[in-house]
Design a protein around this ligand. Structure first.
Ligand SMILES: *Cc1c(COP(=O)(O)O)cnc(C)c1O
Length: 463
């Protein structure tokens, strides 16, 4: 069963004494390289360093909580993805995972394309110099103003998500005298999350147009009949934090089947398919993500095999990793404020951030790891729950983890793998000031998104 099949989730059934944790690592001082960005290590004094800079210095200069993003790791992951897929495929970074102008420049320099799903993301991308033809525009309810902006900017593709949108985009494109390149997002009836996927009965969601009852074929018919649209392919995105390629297998098979039906009915072979994103990363030592080259090979083998069977020319493949590129490249640094041991249960460790800088634990029951990073310790492991400072008991950052029993207020702890969907989903709950994102590289650290200030809060509140 996928997690989404349990709306009540284990988090509501959870009894405090029942944890979902595994035994503590043999040595809590050892940083599992799977969950930390590439340049993270401990220096001679035992403090964590990233890009050659110790966390104490980072905390002093930039404050806590803060996200520290390992720029060379980010760039290396971009290159690994584009090299793995090669010149006959396209890698689109999913900007919703984390987008800033610096990130756009890195992507542009590393040759990646970019997915956006709002006017704000599009503005950021264009402002930082991403060529419009390398941008794909997504979303299930793009406004007319957003479509106008995307069409006039000349984005490389708009991914159509409904019958209304097919007509809307066609009219806007025609009004501007262009043929807009588009894909149609189809719902293939597969939903994948983490290690499992469900291959039927997942049409019940807001994205895409269902394959199952001929809706997608009808959408294709309409798109092909409109002068304003240049239909280049079909798009499918099946889930998030996926490790098992079986969901992609089913999805690719169904998408190729649709391409074959389109050829039979219209005599056209659409040149592209987009298999979406959702590839998993290691949040804890239990997770075993695949390398980009294994994913690329698996996907291209599946598509090639299905196309041979359907006697179709193999289309150009695109993929849209967000989390898999940015997720592992950042950690959140917090200062420990209070520590409450609950006899026979666990110890609550409160930090200076919380659900305002990482909503994923509360929202998805996400798992994270945590480490003491300002020093090493030989104390016994203690079972902890890392919680934030918000007025909400669900304000949990790391549900179950082990930290050394001599943990004290003022210690710095860090939660790795927070590069994706943490700053981008951050909120001002309790009028929290959203933390900065600091890029670290080769001994230098610079703010790429600054910390919010109280003036920022008051500026929006016009009285
Ligand atoms: C969210 C999303 C992605 C990226 O998902 P990740 O889990 O970050 O890889 C890619 N494509 C589409 C259409 C999405 O909605």
């Amino acid at each position: 069963m996928s997690r989404s099949a349990h709306p009540a989730g284990p988090r509501h059934a959870d009894v405090l004494t029942e944890g979902h944790y595994s035994a503590p690592a043999a040595d809590l001082n050892v940083l599992d390289e799977k969950v930390w960005s590439r340049t993270v290590t401990r220096d001679a004094d035992g403090a964590l360093t990233v890009g050659g800079i110790a966390v104490a210095r980072l905390a002093e200069e930039f404050g806590t909580p803060a996200y520290f993003l390992d720029e060379s790791d980010f760039r290396a992951r971009c290159r690994a993805w584009s090299e793995a897929f090669g010149p006959d495929a396209d890698v689109f970074y999913a900007g919703k995972a984390f987008l800033s102008r610096a990130v756009v420049r890195w992507l542009t320099e590393e040759g990646l394309n970019l997915d956006v799903c709002s006017g704000g993301e599009l503005t950021t991308a264009l402002d930082a110099g991403m060529p419009a033809e390398r941008i794909a525009f997504h979303g299930n309810n793009k406004t007319v103003a957003e479509i106008e902006r995307a069409v006039t900017a000349g984005v490389g593709r708009i991914v159509l998500d409904s019958f209304q949108e097919i007509v809307r985009v066609a009219h806007i494109a025609q009004r501007h005298g262009v043929r807009q390149r588009v894909q149609i997002r189809v719902t293939v009836g597969v939903e994948a999350h983490t290690h499992e996927f469900i291959a039927t009965a997942h049409e019940d969601q807001k994205f895409g147009i269902a394959l199952a009852d001929g809706q997608a074929a009808e959408a294709v018919r309409r798109a092909l009949s409109l002068d304003g649209l240049d239909l280049i392919g079909v798009h499918s995105h099946i889930g998030s934090q996926i490790f098992d390629m079986a969901g992609f297998e089913v999805s690719a098979r169904r998408v190729v089947q649709l391409l074959a039906e389109i050829r039979d009915e219209h005599g056209v072979e659409l040149p592209e398919i987009d298999l979406g994103g959702g590839l998993g990363i290691a949040y804890t030592s239990e997770d075993d993500p695949r390398e980009p080259h294994e994913i690329a090979k698996a996907l291209s083998d599946i598509v090639t095999r299905e196309c041979e069977a359907a006697k179709l020319r193999t289309p150009r493949i695109s993929v849209e990793p967000g989390r898999a590129i940015v997720g592992p490249t950042a950690f959140t640094l917090y200062e420990v404020g209070t520590i409450k041991p609950l006899e026979g249960l666990r110890t609550y460790v409160s930090v200076d951030g919380g659900m305002s800088d990482n909503i994923r634990t509360a929202l998805y029951d996400a798992e994270y790891s945590v480490a003491l990073v300002s020093r090493t310790s030989d104390a016994e492991p203690m079972l902890v729950r890392v919680v934030g400072k918000h007025c909400e008991s669900g304000d949990i950052v790391v549900k179950d983890a082990f930290l050394p029993a001599d943990l004290a207020p003022g210690d710095l702890i860090a939660v790795p793998a927070t590069g994706a969907y943490c700053r981008s989903m951050a909120s001002n709950y309790n009028h929290a000031l959203r933390p900065p994102v600091v890029a670290v590289r080769d001994g230098e650290a610079r703010v790429i998104v600054r910390r919010e200030t109280e003036e920022d809060l008051l500026r929006l509140d016009v009285g």
